[in-house]
Design a binder for this molecule. Structure first.
Ligand SMILES: C[S@@+](CC[C@H](N)C(=O)[O-])C[C@H]1O[C@@H](n2cnc3c(N)ncnc32)[C@H](O)[C@@H]1O
Length: 433
């Protein structure tokens, strides 16, 4: 494997790529690393590599001519080569990409500086754009080092123990198990007994279980790609049943005050399907209670009759799982009553989040809300869904946050409230396994 790094700071690489495994691999000619000073391909007397961007704006851009000339000069015509641009706009670098890149014979890395490079260089020369993550570095040299280091680990012979990259984090889309070395006891903490047993089958089983559990707790998103055995899925199911919900989430379906299609405030009628489906979604994603806000006494009676059929009556024995979902439902006269009940249970007012099918100002995104809820486990949250043509302004105005509407890659925007509720809950609380 050969790396050609195009940079305005070749001296940057002297130390990081001259130590440890990378040094050994270079000494054994398993990998070759050549850094190229971009200024060698300039033609003016100041050796300039940057210029001002067309259209104005701050900062400078890397000129296309020296970059184009450098790439053309270093590219080996008969090698399986790849030109990589380091950029925050690229695909996020990971273990899978590193494995893919290790199959090339030559990798050319362009290290951006200033505000980046002229777009035409990307169009004409770049095969793959790679980012280290959602942050901005001062230069692509840092990213180039990371790429060279990670990719080289998958070049045969670079790591002392040929098996090492296979056992480490991410190989099976799992994090690595905990590891220990001597002494057996350190500050009162002992090495798990199974690792001292000498029984390799048991050790392998223990390690795999630890990997799965650790991934479930720390990076559940990785499990989406993991291939888990029945035993491992069972272990996760056990974990789920043992651990209490990490968040205090309540949802409410509001029948009053909501709008009709002429934007007059009305009370809508109970819909059996909505209550069943939202209760089932709520139970799946770990809500504490599902409130129906319905002030009409006749409607309340009807709802209670349906609920008692499923929670106490024949329905309860006919379908236990339905019964447990519907047991989460409570009927309330007003949103204020819902807030008071939650406040009583948690000692402080819940944060109220309203949902809206229309985009508006000052909305919170799913990722941001998810992060906030997971970070502030002691707070409670009330997620409000409207019926009819949506929640009335008086309810919207009382909310702490308005969640962005659910949307796909079309302009169709007419989800039923039960579908919207399921999607919102999934986006906020899905566990990937
Ligand atoms: C100051 S940055 C330019 C940022 C650019 N104006 C933008 O907003 O996307 C200079 C160079 O650092 C490198 N760089 C910055 N952040 C990076 C990241 N997250 N991953 C990979 N390279 C990055 C790129 O080579 C980039 O051209």
């Amino acid at each position: 494997m050969r790396y050609d790094i195009i940079t305005i700071f070749p001296e940057f690489f002297e130390s990081p790529l001259s130590v440890g495994n990378i040094k050994k691999a270079r000494d054994k000619n398993l990998i070759e690393i050549e850094t190229h000073d971009l200024r060698d391909w300039t033609t003016d007397k100041h050796r300039s590599v940057d210029d001002t961007p067309y259209g104005g704006g701050g900062g400078m851009l890397m000129k296309p001519e020296p970059l184009g000339a450098a790439i053309e000069a270093v590219k080996k015509p008969r090698a399986k080569s790849l030109v990589i641009l380091t950029t925050p706009a690229g695909e996020k670098f990971n273990d899978r990409i590193a494995r893919e890149l290790a199959s090339f014979e030559q990798i050319i890395v362009i290290c951006g500086r200033y505000e980046g490079i002229d777009e035409r260089v990307k169009e004409l020369y770049v095969d793959r754009e790679i980012s280290l993550g959602d942050f901005v570095l001062t230069g692509g040299e840092y990213a180039a080092c990371v790429i060279v280091d990670c990719v080289s680990r998958f070049v045969p012979g670079v790591l002392g123990n040929a098996e090492s990259p296979e056992n480490e984090s991410f190989k099976y889309s799992l994090l690595e198990y905990p590891q220990y070395t001597r002494p057996e006891s350190f500050k009162g903490k002992s090495v798990p007994g199974v690792l001292l047993s000498g029984n390799h089958n048991e050790i392998d089983t223990w390690r795999r279980k630890q990997s799965v559990e650790r991934t479930y707790k720390k990076r559940p998103d990785l499990l989406d790609r993991a291939e888990l055995t029945k035993e491992e899925l069972k272990a996760i199911k056990e974990l789920k049943s043992k651990s209490s919900h990490p968040f205090n989430l309540y949802i409410a379906l509001v029948h009053y005050p909501v709008y009709n299609n002429r934007f007059t405030i009305i009370t809508t009628a109970f819909t059996n399907l909505d209550v069943h489906d939202i209760a089932r979604s709520g139970a799946t994603y770990g809500i504490k209670k599902f409130f129906l806000v319905q002030p009409n006494p006749e409607q309340q009676q009807l709802i209670e009759r349906v609920l008692s059929h499923w929670t106490d009556g024949r329905g309860a024995s006919f379908n236990e799982s339905r019964s447990s979902a519907l047991a989460l439902v409570r009927v309330k006269d007003s949103v204020g009553d819902v807030v008071s009940e939650i406040e009583k249970a948690h000692g402080k007012r819940p944060k109220i989040i309203v949902t809206d099918a229309r985009f508006g100002d000052d909305m919170i995104g799913f990722e941001e809300l998810r992060e906030m809820i997971y970070k502030h486990e002691d707070d409670s949250y009330l997620l409000l869904f409207g019926t009819g043509w949506g929640l009335a302004k008086e309810i919207m105005d009382e909310a702490d946050y308005t969640l962005k509407p659910v949307s796909g890659y079309t302009d169709y925007n007419h989800l039923s409230v039960r579908s919207a509720a399921a999607i919102v809950l999934d986006r906020l609380f899905s566990s990937e396994v």
